[in-house]
Design a protein around this ligand. Sequence first.
Ligand code: ZN
Length: 309
Amino acid sequence: MPDPILGIHHVTAIASDPGENHAFYTETLGLRLVKRSVNQDDVSVYHLFYADHEGSPGTSMTFFPYEDARLGRVGTGQVSTVSFLVPEGSIDYWADRLDEAGADPEDQFERFGDAVLRFRDPDGLPLELVARADAPPANLPESPVPHAHAIRGFFGVELSLTSADPTGELLETMGYEETDREGTRRRYEAAGDLGFVVDLKVDPQGLQGIPGAGTVHHVAFRVTSNDQAEWRQHLIDRGLRPTEIIDRKWFRSVYAREYEGVLFEYATEDPGYTVDEDLDELGERLVVPEWLEDRRESIETELPPLSSG
Ligand code: ZN
């Protein structure tokens, strides 16, 4: 077997207005825009990556903001919540900050002993902040959020499913261990220090999710280049139908839907977001794959401005 997976590499979701999306994730949540690119299948749409200062694995939340996207519906067969890790004692700060930003935090509670703050992004995507004493140090030196409270990266994701067993077993073969269970929720944890949690929320009668703005497109797990082909074979052995290895420039990817249709990606940690831009300049200009370079000017003209004014 390849080495156990340490956690999430990135999460990709669908948004509507790119300016609002950019303002929320950079100004309100204080993440850094580390990559400004386009959807390789539809170059009239951005692909925006928000992360820590270096775009470390386990920190990047990415979006396809389609300006006139219809709202989706969060439901079964999807990642139904994305959680970020903050240090213990930060939840009150964040409740005030989100309130002031008009983001209306919905709920504050404890889950498996951790303080949790639940809220939504401008498109209604369900998000949480989870506070932990063992959160690793912050790496967001230019963030508008004070260092002490800054988001460290992902805590984890919640998947909504009609039945937990097949996916739970798959997670166990990937290096996750079931660590807790409460009501309809099963918690699985990997050994990494960011993005190490997957919660399975079971609702046999749950309505199926519908893709659209405010829903997650896929969750990517981090793998090493050495192990990626073995993971791909492992998915085939478990009855899944992975894609070939696809070169995404900043990482290489294999995609496969798990048993209820949640799209999993297995993305390499290398080469990373600094492969085509200096660390200091990440996200400042539009970057496109080589094969789109000669169309850069027309692509750039047609994209909406990112600043929300
Ligand atoms: Zn991805």
